[in-house]
Design a protein around this ligand. Sequence first.
Ligand SMILES: [Cu+2]
Length: 508
Amino acid sequence: MHRRGFLAAGLAAVLASPRALAQMKMDGMSNMDSMPGMDMGGHAGHDMGAMGQGPAALPEGEALRELPLLANEAGQTGLFKARLTAGPATARFVADKDTPILAYNGTSPGPLIEAYEGDRVEITFANRIEGEPSTIHWHGMPVPADQDGNPMDPVAAGADRAYAFELPEGSAGSYWYHPHPHGKTAEQVYRGLAGAFVVKAKADPVPAEYGDTVLMFTDLRLAADGSMPANTMNDVMNGRVGDHVLVNGQKNPRLAVAMGAKRRLRLYNATNARFLRLAFANAAMTVIGSDGGLLEAPVAVDEILLSPAERVELVVAFDKPGAATLTTLDYDRGWMGPGRPADAGLTLLTVDVSDTPAEAMPPLPERLRPIAPLGAPTVSRRLVFTETMAMNATGMEMGFLINGKAFDMQRVDIVAKAGETELWEIVNHADMDHPFHVHGTQFQVIEHERDGKISNPPCLAWKDTVNVARGETVRLITRQERPGPRMYHCHILEHEQLGMMGVVDVKV
Ligand SMILES: [Cu+2]
């Protein structure tokens, strides 16, 4: 039987048999019993059938909120010192309904951290999430392994811990922070724990007149009572996709600019599992940066695919008066079972471009910064993604695997040497796209191979997350400079939680 048929048949068996469902051996499934009617859906279409109503309507068109800045408590230059408290909070997405969420310092997305290359960062993390361990993972940042919020270093509920690291010269880029505790990452993130961490360059080639705005995309699903429903089976298999894509916590907010203005926008996909293929109507997009900072030179594009956890830095030119909208296009990333979300045609942001011309803006430089190729690898490794779903004597077993194995915290999967350049070949033999992320470093993608055809990225770029489409092989060059254990995993957080993760132990 073809694999897709096999998976669909397996799913049908689960749907037909609550007993098999109850026996599924999965992490994080303990809340299945309390789910009304064993709702398999979770996306709008299914909720409508199961609950007699569609997703809540959210207000649109409010002025775009800038993310609140995390205040630097250090009274000296070169040091960023602050406190981040994760804990329960309340948000109001729809009128008259309070939504219990998790938040950093009371806000979701969390406060924006802005620091400079060369700074030392000291952040005390206070875990006030009731009954759950947590960590802060500094996604994409070159921090020591023992400061990187690995699942092996949990911060117990009620406890505090200090994270400290230096931001090396040349590390300017669009990073983020989120929890990474064992078995709880997906839930803590969709409940609201994620924030942006922008490392600024001391000398930035992008004109200051363009501004610098973070747009953090998150995904929200609300039940009729305003609460966030727990993950369903569908969510666990495909990754949780909500009913609303929010920008800085708002649905389709508005931004006003003058005609002819150019704006620097940092787009973050902080959703658990939603792929965002984006286009700007009535505005011209130029990519200037990737996950790990500026490209060598700007690249004009018509659209962008931002898979979960990826970031892109854009300069957008608003040369036509009227509305310029940032909208989603259809993208098939592979979906198991019913409820594939209707992803196309969502308006995420509306920019009102005035008739009055902006003051003349300086042009974007033709060269942004040099990026040295990582060079010839001395070691090569191959990681193969598979999905398994099978009936056995005790029920259904499902796995998202790397090289046939599910994550085991006690196991080291790869031993690497600090400073050594490696070729990693990521092979996706699964039926879904899986965005691949490695902690602790930035890598360079050299090629994508699909159906025997090889394509190369348009330019060198620093990345920490790359989508590996189904049937595709991605080759990347990577080097870990600092010793210690590092995670690599699929950034569909439900897949990471179901086993699609491994440990590379970097030795001196
Ligand atoms: Cu995945």
